[in-house]
Design a protein around this ligand. Structure first.
Ligand code: PLP
Ligand SMILES: N[C@@H](CCOP(=O)(O)O)C(=O)O
Length: 466
């Protein structure tokens, strides 16, 4: 399997090198040169497999020769062995049409664990083939950070520098990062938003002095391996609900467009998906882009769903590339325009390509609270604010009554206890697997929202590459 950059000029790489690279050297994001396709019979044959076996089968075409099928299965068994539910991503029915896919049974209580538990093992596997050191620089609005830190803490050939927006993550999210005191983990609270942090990360990839000294890589969903692992649970849910004979729709709470793009990948592989419903909070750039082609980033508004307080959605570039005709040079030009002005219009081809599968909805605080209350009062389910935004979009969508709609439950409600309690009157308990989170010592540094300060910090602590 060969991977190409969305901006057309970085070298094509295999899976091992794409995983270690994180972001393409031309600033683009890697995608397979062509989508692998499963026939209906091949999809039907996946039914009933335990999650690690399903994961290995779905991911093998993307991994190609970088890992043998046996080794990939071993890594999947190790990664998903840490989940607290035997099904790994169990499906829960709400009413005749609506289901939630619980993606929060991993060690840090959010869907990020599904990919990051595996990515930590992939980094270790690929680094063991060379004597080199990886410097991970990541940005988080709360969940990627803790999942990456859990997956990478204590690993000998990796340092992690994780930037989060100071004061804009929940106390559980912050403590899940800052109470991990492993010497290879460095938490940085920056003045600014997630978008500011993400922009600094991307700038570091383009900083030749830094990339010349350090082997910099990514744990954000700009890293293809993240998305690849997220494709699996679309298969898991759809197979349980009757695929390939029956179509299924998914409602996905969206920020950086990684999770929902994984659904798009599943559809390209042949999974019969009726619709992908992109659910945003009031930071609604994706809703505007999908409804009228206006991709313009405003100021980020803090909400009770802080992990989705994002206005520059990295993975949208992957959709614009693939749905818009895969013209890397034209997209590079379009993205340069966006980076300069923070605004762009989608082309007709991009809009039509996206409209074939995607719809969207935006939820404000009232919509989110109502969805949380509906699930609690009618189904006895406590949802986190992000999942509630997905459910709001699912229930508002125009979908035939015989098509099941699956909302991705992206975080455990206990990560956002205050918001859940405000909406439902019930305060979720932290599961035992996060232990004595509030009794542990915290360690993190605060920096201004300034690239030079972050750069100097990383350069002062990271291990140079071989
Ligand atoms: C709890 C939660 N829900 C939804 C999202 C949105 O996912 P994505 O960025 O892949 O669109 C995130 C993070 O981005 C998250 O942490
Ligand atoms: N919501 C995310 C933001 C980063 O998104 P990613 O999926 O690209 O890592 C977070 O919680 O950090």
């Amino acid at each position: 399997m060969e991977y190409v950059s969305t901006r057309g000029s970085a070298p094509a790489l295999d899976f091992e090198h794409v995983t270690l690279a994180g972001l393409a050297s031309d600033g683009g994001l890697y995608l397979p040169r062509a989508w692998p396709r499963f026939s209906a019979a091949e999809i039907a044959a996946l039914r009933g497999l335990p999650y690690p076996q399903l994961a290995a089968k779905v991911m093998q075409p993307f991994v190609g020769e970088s890992l043998s099928p046996e080794r990939l299965l071993e890594l999947c068994e190790q990664a998903y062995g840490r989940f607290a539910h035997a099904a790994v991503t169990p499906l829960v029915q709400l009413d005749e049409q609506n289901w939630v896919l619980e993606l929060f049974h991993g060690p840090t209580l959010a869907f990020k664990d599904v990919a990051l538990q595996l990515l930590g093992l992939l980094f270790e596997e690929f680094l063991s083939r060379r004597s080199d050191h990886l410097t991970i620089v990541g940005a988080t609005s709360g969940d990627t950070g803790s999942a990456a830190i859990d997956a990478l803490a204590g690993r000998a050939q990796v340092d992690v520098f994780m930037l989060h927006p100071n004061g804009r993550v929940s106390d559980v999210q912050r403590r899940q990062m800052t109470t991990v005191l492993a010497p290879n983990v460095h938490n940085i609270a920056i003045d600014g938003s997630f978008d500011d942090a993400q922009a600094m990360v991307k700038r570091m990839f383009a900083d030749s002095e830094m990339t010349g000294r350090f082997r910099i890589s990514a744990v954000n969903s700009i890293n293809w391996a993240r998305l690849m692992a997220q494709v699996v649970y679309y298969f898991a849910a759809a197979l349980q609900l009757g695929a390939p004979e029956r179509k299924v729709a998914f409602a996905v709470p969206t920020g950086n467009f990684g999770d929902v793009f994984a659904g798009y990948v599943a559809a390209q592989m042949g999974l019969p998906i009726e619709q992908l419903i992109v659910a945003t909070n009031v930071n609604d750039i994706l809703h505007r882009a999908l409804t009228d082609g206006d991709y313009s980033a405003g100021t980020v508004t803090p909400t009770a769903a802080p992990s989705m307080d994002i206005q520059v959605s990295s993975n949208f570039e992957r959709l614009l590339f693939d749905a818009g005709g895969r013209d890397g040079a034209a997209l590079a030009e379009q993205m340069r325009g966006f980076e300069a002005s923070k605004a762009m219009r989608l082309t007709n081809a991009q809009r039509e390509g996206a409209a074939a599968l995607f719809t969207s909805a935006r939820a404000d605080a009232k919509d989110m609270g109502e969805a949380m209350r509906w699930a609690w009062e009618n189904c006895g389910e406590v949802l986190d604010p992000h999942t509630a935004i997905g459910l709001h979009a699912a229930r508002a969508a125009d979908i035939a009554a015989d098509v099941p709609v699956v909302t991705l439950a992206t975080a455990h409600p206990a990560k956002f206890r205050d918001a859940v309690e405000r909406a439902t009157g019930t305060r979720p308990h932290l599961p035992a697997r996060v232990g004595d989170l509030f009794a542990r010592e915290e360690r993190y540094d605060e920096l201004p929202g300034d690239y030079e300060a972050v750069r100097a910090y990383v350069a002062g602590l990271a291990t140079p590459s071989a």
